[in-house]
Design a binder for this molecule. Structure first.
Ligand SMILES: [Zn+2]
Length: 294
C-alpha cells in the first residue's frame, strides 16, 4: 500500500470562527514522508502537524511558535485522516482554519475535488502495542491494541438536551462520511455570550455551531443526528490523533475527552517506544490492515 497525496491543488474560502473574517485555504500535494504541513502565507511560516508544535488546546487544537499560530486545525485534520492522505500542505492567509459549517464535510468535499494519487513510497502506520491512558478525574482518553480499530466514545453533560450519549465508530472512509463528517461543533448559550464579551468567537453563529441552552437547541433546523454531539467528539478525536504523524491502528476509548486530553495522549504515546510500532505497509503485511486503510 502506497502513501497518498492530492492529485491537484484546491482552493476554498470560509469564515474564521474567532475573528469572523473570510480566510482563504489551499490544499496542495506534497512529496512522500512530508506529513501534514500547515503554511501561513501572511507570515511565510510553516508548521508541521505534530504534538511538539501544539501550543494550545483550550478551545481548539492550535499549532504555533514565537512567529505566530494556526488555530482550529482539528476538523480539517480529521477529514485528511479519513481520506487516508499521508502528505498534504495546507496554505492559510490567517491564524485559523475556516470553520465552514462547524463539521468536516466541506473539507471532505475539497478533498473529493482534489482527488488522491499514490506516491512511490510505502504507507506507514502506527500500530498500538500496549494500552496508554490519560485521565483527569473520571474523564479519560485511552488507546489500546486491537485487531479491528474502532472508537468508543461517551459524553455526559448535566444538560437535558445533550445528556449521556455513546457512539461506536468503525474505521472506514465511507462510514466516516456517512456518520461523522456532518456532525457539527456545539456550544452553550451562556459560553457564547461570554466569548463574545471577550471578542472571541466573533465568527460563531447558528450557521456553524449547534447552540444549546438549558432545555433546547437554538438552531431552527435542529440536529443532523439525534446524537450529533458525541459524533462530533469522534470527529475531533480523529483529527487530534492525526497529530501522531501516522494513522493509528488501535482502539480509542474515551469518556468526556477533550482536545487537551487528546494532546496529552499523543505525547504519552510518543514518549513510550514500547507503546507503538511504525509499520511499513508492504505486500507481505498489507492484507492485515487493508480493511481500515484501503
Ligand atoms: Zn470540533
Amino acid at each position: 500500500m502506497k502513501q497518498l497525496t492530492l492529485a491537484r491543488s484546491v482552493k476554498g474560502v470560509g469564515i474564521g470562527l474567532h475573528k469572523g473574517e473570510p480566510i482563504e485555504i489551499t490544499l496542495e500535494p506534497l512529496e512522500a514522508d512530508s506529513g501534514i504541513v500547515f503554511f501561513r502565507s501572511d507570515l511565510n511560516a510553516s508548521y508541521k502537524a505534530i504534538p511538539e508544535n501544539v501550543i494550545n488546546t483550550q478551545m481548539a487544537t492550535v499549532l504555533g511558535d514565537d512567529r505566530g499560530f494556526i488555530s482550529t486545525i482539528e476538523h480539517l485534520m480529521s477529514a485528511i485522516n479519513a481520506y487516508g492522505i499521508d502528505n498534504v500542505r495546507i496554505v492559510l492567509n490567517a491564524n485559523e482554519a475556516p470553520v465552514m459549517d462547524g463539521s468536516s464535510i466541506s473539507f471532505c468535499m475539497m478533498l473529493d475535488e482534489a482527488g488522491v494519487v499514490e506516491l512511490d513510497a510505502p504507507k506507514k502506520i502506527m500500530v498500538i502495542k500496549k494500552p496508554i491512558e490519560v485521565r483527569d478525574g473520571n474523564k479519560f482518553v485511552r488507546l489500546i491494541p486491537t485487531k479491528e480499530p474502532r472508537i468508543n466514545y461517551t459524553i455526559k453533560f448535566d444538560n437535558a438536551v445533550i445528556g449521556e450519549q455513546t457512539y461506536n465508530f468503525e474505521f472506514s472512509k465511507k462510514n466516516y462520511i456517512e456518520n461523522i463528517a456532518r456532525a457539527r461543533t456545539f456550544g452553550f448559550l451562556k459560553d457564547v455570550q461570554m466569548l463574545r464579551d471577550k471578542n472571541l468567537a466573533l465568527g460563531g453563529s447558528l450557521e456553524n455551531t449547534i447552540v444549546v441552552d438549558e432545555s433546547r437547541i437554538l438552531n431552527p433546523e435542529g440536529l443532523r443526528f439525534k446524537d450529533e454531539f458525541v459524533r462530533h467528539k469522534i470527529l475531533d478525536a480523529i483529527g487530534d490523533l492525526t497529530l501522531l504523524g501516522y494513522r493509528v491502528f488501535g482502539d480509542y476509548i474515551s469518556f468526556a475527552g477533550s482536545h487537551h486530553l487528546n494532546h496529552l495522549l499523543t505525547k504519552e504515546v510518543l514518549k513510550d517506544k514500547e507503546a507503538y510500532e511504525i509499520v511499513s505497509l508492504e505486500k507481505a503485511n498489507e492484507k492485515a490492515y487493508e480493511k481500515v486503510f484501503a
